[in-house]
Ligand binder design. Sequence first.
Ligand code: IMP
Ligand code: MG
Length: 174
Amino acid sequence: MAERIRVLLSEEEVDARIQAIGEQISRDYEGKQVHLICVLKGGSFFMCELAKRISVPVSLDFMSVASYGSDTKSSGVVRIVKDLDESLKDKDVIVVEDIVDSGRTLSYLLEVLRSREPKSLRLCTLLDKPERRVVDVNVDYTGFQIPDEFVVGYGLDYAQKYRNLPYIGVVENV
Ligand code: IMP
Ligand code: MG
């Protein structure tokens, strides 16, 4: 079956929203340094664009987690595949994610990160699907709330494809 991508959020809309979040974070962290944690691979495009729009000093680190589940549904059991390089102790940390869906991955991850004693810990996500939430997670910065549809682009994949799309789209079978 062939696939077609329907645009949900255009490149211009996404860029403008990331600019606004960058400005908000710059205000909220005035006089501080922010330590951004990218959750690979999905969060990478968003983190790079966001980091460029933050005017306070920024440091970056990366981690990768795998959920024991199918591609489109996470099980809640999460394994750290690549851990952070640096300690979080006394840092003002923001976790940068592509999407919060059931909330299972993030809820586990935030618990792990909190145990490493950062000075503060916040969550920033490009997309949020509130209808799908199973586990409660407190999101501090949200790009867009979207309906319950499987989306790709801006780091998000479908079977590892479409991460490089500069907009957010919905995969349709035609
Ligand atoms: P959660 O644990 O259910 O919140 O799952 C979050 C992870 O599932 C995200 O980091 C994505 O990797 C993946 N995911 C959830 N929804 C989508 C989607 O619509 N498109 C692509 N990946 C998604
Ligand atoms: Mg992710």
